[in-house]
Write a protein that binds this ligand. Structure first.
Ligand SMILES: C[S@@+](CC[C@H](N)C(=O)[O-])C[C@H]1O[C@@H](n2cnc3c(N)ncnc32)[C@H](O)[C@@H]1O
Length: 213
């Protein structure tokens, strides 16, 4: 596992989006997520030719392992030590360790290599609008020409927005509009019902899939 140190303070503890909150959440259960691939990744990446992929905010690594199992060489980035340790265990159990690399880092400061990935995927990061305005171009620049950017978030949810802040919810069309059309062909920008919506959880995802020209 690579380590990436970050040296700035997070002041968003009250939203539960700071590093300590995530580490605590992962530490409070043996598994936070289902271990199954996110439906939007399965839908949007199934037709792509395997190459190099980056999963930003990979959590316990289900999407990374799904891609690796389909022949991708995958880097999973997250800032949670607990989540990444779990992800590495799952990779070893699946015999996929040689196809994956884990990077511990803060997406706000981590600089992905430019023009390096055939697929950059991010599910449910929910940055603030200000954070997204810096993060999205940086992730987009990491995609090779001809490669794919997949950005997925929950649709606006009043209950969560009350704690997280409204700006952490962005309609797909708004995310897509931030991609320079001279450089990006937007293939999908839509709200899509979640097939396995759980009670109390938002029942739709904002999905953006774009191809770098
Ligand atoms: C809602 S979880 C989603 C996990 C995974 N993508 C999935 O769909 O199962 C969000 C993940 O992003 C990570 N994360 C949030 N903010 C981050 C940051 N600034 N830098 C790195 N990881 C971050 C959290 O630790 C968490 O694992």
């Amino acid at each position: 596992m690579q380590e990436h140190q970050h040296d700035h303070q997070h002041d968003l503890a009250s939203t539960g989006h700071d590093h300590a909150s995530w580490e605590e959440r992962y530490g409070s259960a043996t598994a936070l997520w289902s271990g199954r691939v996110n439906p939007s990744l399965a839908a949007e990446a199934a037709d792509l030719t395997p190459g190099r992929a980056l999963d930003v905010g990979c959590g316990e690594g289900a999407d990374v392992l799904w891609l690796a199992g389909r022949g991708w060489q995958v880097t999973g980035l997250d800032w949670s030590e607990v989540a990444l340790a779990r992800a590495a265990e799952h990779a070893a159990a699946a015999g996929l360790s040689d196809r994956v690399e884990w990077v511990r880092g803060d997406v706000e400061t981590w600089e992905p290599p430019a023009d390096a990935y055939d697929l950059v995927t991010a599910h449910y990061l929910h940055p603030t609008a200000e954070q997204r305005s810096v993060l999205l171009p940086r992730l987009a620049a990491a995609v090779v020409p001809g490669g794919t950017l997949l950005w997925v978030g929950h649709s606006f949810d009043e209950v969560r927005a009350a704690t997280w802040g409204v700006s952490r919810f962005t309609p797909a069309a708004e995310v897509a509009a931030d991609l320079d059309p001279r450089e990006w062909e937007v293939l999908v920008a839509t709200a899509r019902p979640r097939p396995a919506a759980e009670p109390g959880h938002p029942d739709a995802d904002e999905v953006v899939r774009a191809r770098r020209r």
